[in-house]
Design a protein around this ligand. Structure first.
Ligand SMILES: Cc1cc2nc3c(=O)[nH]c(=O)nc-3n(C[C@H](O)[C@H](O)[C@H](O)COP(=O)(O)O)c2cc1C
Length: 194
């Protein structure tokens, strides 16, 4: 299915206006682009997806937003996710998007937009562990979809104290860790082209 370009599709599991994950994703995206890999950043609120519903799928097919996300994924080699943690899990918003994206018209597994994709994860939270428990769950979910998720990840704890009002990460170590994720993903994406 996929005619992939050495590009990265990036989105966040939070669309909250004051989301910690928006600046976090931006930082990782900039690091990837500095390596020469363009990124496509999408907002899961624009347009919103309904909660997955098998009856809706059977009666109306995939929502347009799901088709668009699938097509975008199929055209990108990399996937960068900023994944907030809710009660030790990724957000329903993120899981719902991935669930819809995993649904092929006619349920043909050979049409998976995730096959051959390389992924990377970042998270942040007001708590001390930065959402690291949620990342373990997203990692497993993505592996089930056929994404190879890089070992390197960043989970920024106490994030509201470390993020400046303009969205820059004041903490040097945390900033480097997030940038390293974007850079590492970009390098893997480029390596797959050779
Ligand atoms: C329902 C809910 C559950 C949460 N559970 C956790 C949690 O398990 N671990 C954690 O570190 N933060 C938890 N938080 C706090 C989130 O990390 C925090 O709201 C964060 O800012 C969400 O990401 P965002 O700023 O990008 O929206 C939870 C928040 C909500 C609303």
């Amino acid at each position: 299915m996929a005619d992939r370009a050495p590009r990265i599709l990036a989105f966040s599991g939070s669309t909250r206006r004051e989301s910690l994950h928006r600046p976090l994703l931006r930082l990782a995206v900039r690091a990837a682009e500095a390596e020469g890999v363009p990124c496509t950043v999408v907002d899961l609120r624009d347009p919103p997806l309904p909660i997955y519903d098998g009856d809706l799928e059977r009666e109306q097919g995939l929502p347009e937003a799901a088709v668009r996300l699938r097509e975008l994924m199929a055209a990108h080699r990399g996937l960068l996710l900023a994944s907030p943690e809710y009660n030790g899990h990724p957000t329903p918003l993120l899981v719902n998007a991935l669930d819809w994206m995993s649904r092929a018209p006619g349920a043909r597994p050979d049409l998976s937009p995730f096959a051959g994709v390389v992924g990377a994860l970042v998270a942040a939270s007001p708590g001390p562990f930065g959402g690291i428990r949620g990342l373990a769950v997203v990692r497993g979910l993505l592996a089930n979809l056929g994404v190879t998720v890089l070992a390197r990840q960043a989970a920024v704890g106490s994030a509201p104290d470390r993020l400046a009002p303009d969205g820059t990460l004041r903490d040097e170590g945390a900033r480097r860790a997030v940038e390293a994720v974007g850079r590492d993903l970009a390098r893997h994406v480029l390596a797959l082209e050779r």
